[in-house]
Design a protein around this ligand. Structure first.
Ligand SMILES: *[C@@H]1O[C@H](CO)[C@@H](O)[C@H](O)[C@H]1NC(C)=O
Ligand SMILES: *[C@@H]1O[C@H](CO)[C@@H](O)[C@H](O)[C@H]1NC(C)=O
Ligand SMILES: CC(=O)N[C@H]1CO[C@H](CO)[C@@H](O)[C@@H]1O
Length: 395
């Protein structure tokens, strides 16, 4: 009888899934228990940490530093509360007027982040949800991953730091850039970008979640080559490799690329070999991996060559913040009662010699995604996906 066979088939599938989970995923899954908010051991090894600019910026996913000029660029989107294509929130696609890129001259005392004017960019009000950003200073090119409601894009701008303005060059779209998350520039016409999933949270929410929790190799690293005149867009996009939930990507040194896999609690290191011919993509080969006690989100490399890794101790807590953050900013008192603010953060650093060192685990500043450090000036900045302001420390 079909009705009797169906449940047993379901049970078989469930048992196989659980077996697969335990076989492959024991480490990351044990963190569901160990890193629950009531158990997570807090520690703070940052010096003089403080939350700054909570009235100016919130929901900043990314921060990059220009240590030559002494400024930070922040990518912030308050409307992420109601539109997040990675976490699966699809309530209202309109961007907030304060969604955008902010410049903060951290080397000048008493300055605040100021919003960068995005000129010739008609998609600004409806179609702008910036995620990862990257800046190629020699050519003044700013790369912004945009989770636009009409489909993901990479927006290219010419940036004029002293004018706090950027002019739009072109919009890049490609079938291989389906779930773009993080970007690492190789040259003015070449970059690597991660896709976090194969299944899109918007169109296949169930499979996207299954992909995350079972850690299928659905994420990827794509090499994008632009035309010599970058306004002409993409010349070629090649898939270099697949890995589960690919997130942050950074150039560790001339020959090594680091890629974070959020669902595997691991950062993978790959050697990057330039191709023999101009028209082929580079080649990545895995060198080693770094196991972490949390879900790594984004990566950066400081002036001394250390890898900074920011991320999330506990997936379900992050999901809870993602779902309720909009209530915290609601004008309606009843809605504000549903606000949940105890987001968790984990920031660590890694070097070949010293291994992994924890810099911060806590909830004063939650949902950490990216950490950067200017070694010369002794300034560090952490951004939080659903946090007000940024977390700044001074060494
Ligand atoms: C992560 O940080 C790097 C800079 O280290 C940046 O290029 C990238 O776009 C960031 N990604 C996200 C998703 O914030
Ligand atoms: C780059 O970093 C890797 C990983 O730490 C290391 O093994 C390699 O020797 C470094 N290469 C250079 C050229 O510094
Ligand atoms: C690397 C380091 O300094 N770790 C310290 C961080 O802070 C905790 C206490 O909060 C210490 O136990 C660690 O040794």
């Amino acid at each position: 009888m079909a009705s009797a066979r169906l449940p047993s088939a379901v049970v078989t599938v469930l048992i196989s899934l659980i077996a697969l989970l335990l076989y492959n995923r024991g480490g990351p899954l044990s963190r569901l228990y160990l890193n629950a908010p009531s158990r997570l051991p807090r520690e703070n090894n940052l010096s003089q940490p403080s939350i700054k600019f909570s009235n100016t910026v919130r929901n900043c996913e990314d921060v990059i530093l220009d240590v030559e000029e002494g400024f930070a660029l922040l990518s912030c989107d308050p409307s992420r509360d109601v539109w997040n294509t990675v976490m699966g929130t699809f309530i209202d696609p309109t961007s907030s007027p304060s969604t955008g890129i902010y410049i903060w001259h951290y080397s000048t005392p008493d300055t605040e982040p100021e919003q960068v004017k995005l000129l010739d960019f008609s998609r600004r009000s409806q179609e702008f949800h910036p995620l990862g950003i990257e800046y190629h200073a020699p050519s003044n090119t700013l790369f912004i991953i945009n989770h636009s409601p009409s489909g993901p894009t990479v927006e290219l701008f010419r940036f004029y730091p002293s004018e706090r303005a950027a002019t739009h060059i072109t919009t890049l779209r490609h079938p291989r850039l389906a779930t773009p998350n993080s970007l690492a520039v190789l040259s003015s016409t070449e970059f690597l970008v991660t896709n976090d999933h194969y299944f899109h949270r918007r169109f296949n929410p169930f499979f996207a979640l299954l992909e995350t929790y079972l850690a299928f190799r659905g994420g990827s690293v794509i090499h994008v080559k632009l035309h010599p005149n970058i306004a002409d867009g993409i010349k070629a996009a090649s898939n270099l490799m697949q890995l589960p939930f690919a997130n942050g990507i950074a150039h560790l040194n001339a020959s090594t690329i680091a890629v974070a896999s959020s669902s595997m609690n691991t950062v993978y290191l790959y050697s990057i070999t330039q191709p023999a011919s101009e028209d082929s993509p580079p080649y990545l080969e895995q060198l080693s991996s770094i196991s972490l006690p949390f879900h790594p989100d984004n990566l950066s490399v400081d002036g001394s060559g250390k890898l900074l890794i920011a991320g999330h101790p506990h997936g379900p807590t992050l999901e809870k913040v993602a779902k309720s953050n909009r209530f915290c900013h609601s004008g309606v008192a009843e809605e504000r009662e549903k606000c949940f603010t105890e987001g968790l953060s984990w920031v660590a650093e890694w070097s070949e010699v010293e291994g992994v060192k924890t810099l911060y685990v806590g909830d004063e500043y939650g949902t950490s995604t990216t950490a950067v450090r200017d070694v010369g000036r002794g300034v560090g900045v952490v951004t939080g996906l659903y946090a007000e302001g940024v977390y700044v420390w001074r060494d």
